[in-house]
Design a protein around this ligand. Structure first.
Ligand SMILES: N[C@@H](CCC(=O)N[C@@H](CS)C(=O)NCC(=O)O)C(=O)O
Length: 219
């Protein structure tokens, strides 16, 4: 058994970034277990029958779901960056924003990307149009809601930003944030400049050729 928490993940996976960013923020030591080959996928399925990454194994504890892993890290391996605010009301808001980025940015982005991975005959243009409209709605909400400086909650970097970074990174590739949403675009740019996020972006760079819509020549 590893003395360190083990993270089963892939460097190109958006939900894995969420957890990696949380780990990098606090300099939490961990072992990275890439999910690549058949045996890795079989192990992932054994750990979490939904067969989705990331999964964290810490001693005899197995934790799945990116947001819950970050909650677990805040509880058991906390560091100087309070990803779950200690004030309950602020924590509720961070969790709410985390849901917004997962449900209304990551999910439609994944629908567009996932559609492209299907055989041509199984594609769903209606679903893609719907997902694009959802992203436009989310971009408008982010434009009007996210502070003009700092992070989703203001001064402190939290769970909400761990969720926002991969969601906005890939969503902007799949369905660019329009120029008339300067606040949302600036928030994405601030996220990408944060060292924990920049590190996740850099580690994923070798895999960009696998982005099914074609990775843009930027970021
Ligand atoms: N709700 C899950 C979603 C995890 C998820 O969708 N992971 C993707 C990678 S970003 C995955 O494992 N996909 C593998 C598959 O669908 O077969 C979480 O928050 O951790």
């Amino acid at each position: 058994m590893s003395p360190l928490p083990v993270v089963h993940a892939h460097p190109f996976s958006s939900y894995c970034w969420k957890v990696l960013i949380a780990l990098y923020e606090n300099g939490t030591p961990f072992e990275f277990k890439p999910v690549e080959g058949e045996a890795d996928w079989a192990e992932l399925e054994r750990l979490w029958p939904m067969k989705l990454m990331p999964v964290l194994v810490d001693g005899d504890r197995t934790v799945a779901e990116a947001s819950i892993i970050i909650e677990y890290l805040a509880m058991v391996h906390s560091g100087p960056v309070e990803l779950i605010p200690s004030d309950p009301d602020a924590a509720l808001h961070a969790r709410f924003l985390d849901r917004v980025f997962d449900n209304y940015v990551m999910t439609p982005m994944n629908r567009i990307v996932g559609n492209q991975l299907r055989p041509e005959a199984d594609r769903d243009p209606f679903g893609v149009t719907e997902a694009r409209a959802k992203l436009d709605r989310a971009y408008r909400w982010i434009e009007d809601t996210i502070p003009a400086d700092g992070w989703a909650m203001g001064e402190e970097f939290t769970l909400a930003d761990c969720a926002a970074a991969p969601a906005l990174f890939y969503a902007d590739w799949a369905h660019p944030i329009p120029e008339d949403r300067p606040n949302a675009r600036a928030y994405r740019a601030r996220l990408l400049a944060r060292p924990s996020v920049a590190r996740a972006v850099d580690e994923a760079r070798p895999y960009r050729k696998y982005f099914p819509l074609g990775a843009p020549d930027r970021d």
